[in-house]
Design a protein around this ligand. Structure first.
Ligand code: DAH
Length: 348
């Protein structure tokens, strides 16, 4: 028969194993009743103490006390664990997931005309040109007279004009500017050479709109005036800008054209980037695409703003930004730019 001490140790062992597999507080309660209760297993064993000799009884009694204490401690530890687990479960069940997937932020972007305008200005800025602006409502004088387009001159017919119905005694007629060229004169009146400026802005014309005509358009005016400026400067500058905008391999061609405020005047053309000069729809089968008007500033304009035309020369140019954007992006109708149709705008 095993001794009482051995039985105690076996009981402790068994109780610990059972405690480890207790899974909830209820089971823990019945574990306690089973092993440590008034009628539990430990009491059952210690009842045998009475029959032992006094010396042995003291020893086994001390062992029994130690087993009781340690099992009580293990019980307390296990209860804390189970309580914590129960609390965590309760919190997890009660938790409410309030996160909705966020609404996607609409991402804005720049209008294709703005993008192209910025690229054009950046190309000129890289060559040392400054940006200056002028008014959209303009005097007849700056829009026409000062650019050598006097009243009744047939060149006025080149510009379909929106006049402002406003007149005060002695004041000249007013209009929505038809081009940015008036800024050439405005700037020269207030500054002395050397001048290198670009002047962007909206222009307005009395147009019946069609795929290549809008009543509002964006231009960039170019003006360089200094001693010794020649056509070589004009060609070099405009060819460089054309290559920055349309690719370094572009070839550039200059063709005589009449503009009242330049002498000589010319259009700048690039070889068609679609067909590389073969002839296609984009270039109207010619292999060349016109991108801007330009010329050497008329000496009379220089003289009118008080520059000595024997000493100073200059070149000027005007670019239509919508036209350049149409060429770059393959847009076939200028009217798309200002209809605010997101299906169009989101493509850029
Ligand atoms: N102002 C002209 C237009 O609107 C474009 C132009 C042509 C501007 C020749 C210039 C130039 O500065 O030299 O059609």
């Amino acid at each position: 028969m095993p001794s009482l001490a051995e039985t105690l140790r076996e009981l402790e062992e068994e109780a610990r194993t059972a405690l480890a597999s207790v899974a909830d507080l209820e089971a823990l309660d019945s574990w306690r009743t089973t092993y440590l209760g008034r009628r539990g297993r430990l009491r059952e064993v210690t009842r045998g103490l009475a029959s032992l000799a006094p010396e042995e009884r003291r020893q086994v009694g001390a062992l029994a006390n130690r087993v009781l204490e340690e099992l009580e401690a293990a019980f307390g530890e296990r209860r804390r664990q189970l309580e914590q687990e129960a609390l965590a479960r309760k919190l997890a069940e009660a938790a409410l997931d309030v996160s909705l997937p966020g609404r996607p932020l609409l991402r804005g972007r720049l209008h294709p005309v703005t993008q192209t305008l910025r690229d054009v200005l950046a190309a000129f800025a890289a060559l040392g040109f400054q940006v200056v602006e002028g008014p959209e409502v303009e005097w007849d004088y700056y829009n026409f007279e000062a650019l050598l387009i006097p009243k009744d001159h047939p060149a006025r017919d080149l510009w379909a004009t929106l006049w402002i119905d406003y007149r005060r005694d002695g004041e000249m007629p007013m209009l929505l500017r038809t081009h940015t060229s008036p800024n050439q004169v405005r700037y020269m009146e207030k500054h002395r050479p050397p001048i290198r400026i670009v002047s962007p802005g909206r222009c307005y014309r009395y147009e019946a709109t069609d795929p290549t005509h809008e009543w509002m358009l964006t231009q960039v005016e170019v003006l360089a005036v200094d001693e010794g400026i020649s056509m070589a400067d004009l060609k070099g500058t405009l060819a460089e800008v054309a290559r920055r905008l349309f690719g370094t391999e572009r070839r550039v061609r200059f063709r005589c054209e009449y503009y009242p405020f330049v002498e000589p005047g010319m259009d700048v053309l690039i070889d068609c980037f679609q067909c590389r000069g073969e002839g296609c729809r984009t270039c109207g089968q010619s292999g060349w695409i016109e991108i801007l008007g330009s010329g050497m500033v008329h000496p009379r304009i220089l003289a009118n703003v008080g520059y000595d035309p024997e000493r100073y020369t200059g070149f000027a140019a005007g670019l239509g930004i919508e036209r350049i954007a149409m060429l770059r992006y393959g847009i076939d109708d200028i009217r798309l730019f200002y209809q605010n149709d997101l299906r169009f705008l989101e493509q850029f």
